[in-house]
Design a binder for this molecule. Sequence first.
Ligand code: B12
Ligand code: SF4
Length: 535
Amino acid sequence: MAYVDVLLFTGLGSYSHNLQAFTEDPTYETRSRTSGTYRIATYLRDEFDLNVEVIDFMFSWKYEELKEIVDSRVGPNTRLVGVGGIFFLAAPIIIRIFQYIKDTYPHVTTSAGSQDLWSLIKIPNIDYYCVGYGELGMKAIIEGNPEVKQWQMFGQGPKFPVVDCWENPKYHAYPWPELPIRYEKRDFILPYETLSMETSRGCRFACSYCNFPILGVKGDYTRSKDCFERNVKENYDLWGTTEYIITDDTFNDYVPKIEKYADVVQDLPFEPNFTGYCRADLLTMRKGDLEQMARMRFNSHLYGIESTHHPSAKAIGKGGKPEKILNGILEAKEYFLKHNGFYRGEMSFIWGLPYETPDTLAYTFKWLDENWQSEAVSMFPLHIMRDNGMTRPSDMTHRMDEFGYKVMQPIEVDPVGNRLDDIYADPEIDEYFKHRIKLMEPDLKSPHWQVGTFLWKNEYYDAITAFIGVQKNLFGHKRYWDRAVPIFNQSNWHGVGFTKEDMMKNFRELPSMMNPPEEMVRESIEDYKQKKLSL
Ligand code: B12
Ligand code: SF4
């Protein structure tokens, strides 16, 4: 028996994770690892010298298999079983396995961790819900003396013991120069997989719609050069890793930060590739960004453009003239292709910002269709989160009036009704998107709308028309075939063996839309599961 001190489950929910809210069937949409739970495992090993094992792809397991894992790992000395991740985690299979753990191994502490309580709260049988960057919260849980607040939904009903690492300064796990994530042989990392890592926690800016809790930071919040170098070299030596997602909310916040990692990368005996969020205004207008980013081989960029209409972008705190920025991005693309032979860009937009009209959005599509073919585009209807302790508010949450928004009651807005039927009937739209759009159709009775986000309305749009606009013009439109894989989704493709050359293709040239063919994901994850089960 391979008993462990701490057993942690994790997995990246995918769009079909909505399905997992109803069924226990395994899903095989993505084959990509996230970093947070591995980071907690590394921290616990370093801090307490514990035997900590991570079980990944948890939405792709069957209950009986997970039970086998639990029975073979949880012994008399096991201290904790946890679950963590970045999105909704309360799938029936997770709920059931924690019921089993509590019933069968009552001596074991249970914990669930994520950045938002929202993702966790529906999992019963958890002793501690840990919210935020969780290292110090987890340390206190292991030591048996965490500071807990008893949280109640709307101040009534059952109480949940929450270790709040956002609110409680004692548990602020930032700024930290050491943020290593070490994988182990029993993680079965494949050489072509993408791993995620952080280079800082916190963002220098404070955009009004953003609900990341560590904004407007001053001073050095970055990871040390040595820690970065050690981690990248170790991953290459042990697993052959060259592909990385940098998970910072803005990677290129200032030049010396990029420069210090570029110095490391330039001297490596191999060529890694980095992917992540960067501010396009800085990349295109600030001296040094482009050169240092290319030197670091930060070759895939996700730009939160949000709007091509200057008054809209300005209203939410995104500076710079959009026209100049867009042209600058095209120049950046040329620069990367010339110097590094690879570039992927994704522009992300929000529907429903102040001053945005159907005409300004039509201009956005015209520009994209003419200039941004075969690169990635994503669009989201504006979300204005509520401030009720379950989700994180933004500046906009508290100043909706000033931004021109009203809060509507469900009765005051037209439901989706049959307004998307033309997409569902269109033979030119891929089944994947029909399915995804259907799954995502706003259900105003759901907790998402009841307690998560506001049902907003401004002069031209409301939350529902913005949702419909996004689907009709992008994901449910035939122009999406000309788009490339969104930059973070590249990790799913690499995870089953697709190459960098493949990632230069658009969806007409790839075998499936958005994510790699499900059979390939299934085969790869099943292989991982078999290896785990036979340990
Ligand atoms: C990378 C990323 C993605 C990638 C993931 C790819 C990949 N292979 O990892 C993709 C593209 C899939 C993605 C998509 C989306 N994303 Co995203 N994404 C991120 C991002 C930038 C990094 C996540 C990360 O790795 N962070 C670094 C690690 C160290 O942090 P962490 O995972 O939170 O881990 C800490 C804690 O959670 C905790 N913890 C973790 N495990 C455990 C376990 C235990 C037991 C305990 C106690 C604690 C604990 O401690 C960890 C260490 O401090 C975050 C922003 C951010 N900077 O975190 C947003 C973020 C997670 N995304 C977010 C959102 C909203 C989305 C989308 C919904 C966007 C959209 N509108 O479509 C989609 C959702 C897709 C879906 N499947 O449903 C929100 C989630 C908010 C929430 N919790 O509800 C975040 C936080 C961004 C934000 N500022 O709000 N995303
Ligand atoms: S949207 Fe990006 S740049 Fe703006 S505050 Fe949030 S993390 Fe920072």
